[in-house]
Design a protein around this ligand. Structure first.
Ligand code: GLC
Length: 430
């Protein structure tokens, strides 16, 4: 049988062939491009992480999904713990709080396995040390935070008051200006707003009150529980007296953003918050643009000002299917040009030391230049020393503080009970 003649390729088949070649090429490209997920969001209005993640995706040809997580760090942590303990690979890159490396280390990769040897050069060594658990670098620092006092410069001038240096001065000034403003018709005006909800933010605020009274850091660097002392009790009692006097009862449920809302709409004299508030409160849509100042937080009768150290980092999940790419994404977000943009656009304090010599960075926020001071005067939460127990320590502290603020107990009783509770927790070492 003669061979069947091969029919000439019709125009249609040629097109199909070309398409097949095209789609084969497409498939190969898809196989090399990965899909990653990143959990962003420090829980406030200045989340620059999605923008940077998208930049990286465009640059590398990979796809990045932004996973939304709860705003409150306490709730975010529980979600992470649930996902990670089920060894879920749903999130490749996690934004993690400065107090979490010890809690999450077992679930995070050692970034040194994937990053070049000089990856941490130029970063503040204390932050690299904070993020190194049992010799493993579990997160790269992105920005650092420290508590600040924001005040209404215009109102202090109007009524002839100085920026307070002690908590008592803050209380007296707030009472006087609040009364005067209300008399002038601003019924919703308050003296002082802070983060009083029972969550990690209250741990930060209350640690400042306690430490600035000379009342220690809840658990000291040697792991000894120190919270049961009269200065700590006095600090909590003083804060409880603010509720309903210079602070609305609503602060018992306020996180950073609610307090910023009250201050930025012109309804508070003083605000305790982090540096991010500056650029927002000075923006053209803010009621207090040009009317505000920042200062170190006040101190107690026998203490020094103390600013709780905060900040956020990025780590890679051990259950990620793409740890190398995920580490590359982390390196991109935390690299110097991206940190500079974060500082100049949003006033976030970089974690790379040399950026503090950059005039554009220094101009972005008056608190920027104080970072060295903050690293000296700053007070760290007892996260490194309590390691895997830190979440329980912090929960116990903010719950006890919240009960004092809500008038359910007094400072002395609260610190006694808390002291016993924490000693039980740490009885076999942290
Ligand atoms: C800020 C800090 C973080 C802290 C949190 C509390 O985001 O950077 O360290 O835990 O506030 O709400």
């Amino acid at each position: 049988m003669p061979p069947l003649p091969v029919p000439p390729l019709s125009a249609g088949r040629r097109l199909l062939g070309a398409l097949l070649i095209g789609s084969a090429a497409l498939t190969i490209q898809q196989a090399t491009a990965a899909e990653l997920s990143i959990a962003c969001g420090p829980g406030d209005a200045t989340d620059y992480c999605p923008t940077l993640a998208k930049q990286w995706a465009e640059k590398t040809g990979n796809q990045v999904n932004i996973i939304s997580t709860p705003n409150s760090p306490t709730e975010k942590l529980s979600l992470y713990q649930q996902l990670l303990s089920s060894q879920s690979g749903d999130i490749d890159v996690l934004m993690i709080d400065i107090v979490w490396p010890g809690l999450l280390a077992d679930h995070l990769v050692d970034l040194r396995q994937y990053l070049p040897d000089d990856a941490t050069d130029g970063f503040f060594p204390t932050l690299i040390a904070n993020n190194t658990v049992d010799g493993r670098l579990v997160a790269m620092p992105w920005y650092t935070d420290a508590g600040l006092l924001y005040y209404r410069k215009d109102l202090l001038e109007k009524y002839g008051y100085e920026v307070p240096e002690t908590w008592q001065q803050l209380t007296d000034t707030a009472e006087a200006v609040q009364a005067a403003e209300r008399q002038a018709g601003n019924d919703g005006f308050w003296g002082f707003v802070f983060q009083g909800r029972a969550y990690e933010g209250l741990t930060c605020d209350a640690l400042e009150w306690v430490a600035s009274h000379g009342g220690g850091t809840i658990v000291d660097d040697d792991g000894k529980v120190t919270i049961d002392n009269p200065r700590a009790a006095a600090a909590l009692d003083q804060a409880a007296a603010w509720i309903g006097d210079i602070s609305p009862e609503g602060v018992l449920n306020y996180t950073e953003e609610e307090t910023r809302g009250v201050f930025q709409s012109g309804n508070a004299l003083f605000l305790r918050n982090w540096p991010y508030v500056w650029s927002l409160a000075q923006s053209s849509s803010s009621e207090v643009q040009g009317k505000i100042g920042i200062a170190p937080l006040p101190h107690g009768p026998k203490g020094q000002p103390k600013a709780t150290l905060g900040g956020w980092n990025f780590g890679v999940s051990r259950y990620s299917a793409h740890p190398r790419l995920a580490a590359d994404l982390v390196a991109y977000i935390t690299a110097k040009p991206q940190q500079k943009a974060h500082a100049t656009l949003m006033g976030r304090n970089p974690t790379i030391e040399s950026l503090y010599q950059d005039p554009e960075v220094l101009d972005s926020n008056p608190a920027m230049a104080d970072v060295y001071q903050n690293l000296v005067n700053g007070v760290a939460r007892p996260a490194s020393v309590t390691g895997g127990a830190y979440a329980r320590v912090s929960n116990a502290f903010f719950n006890a503080t919240h009960r004092v603020l809500a008038g359910e107990t007094d400072g002395t009783t609260a610190v006694q009970q808390l002291g016993r509770q924490l000693k039980r927790l740490g009885r076999r070492g942290w």
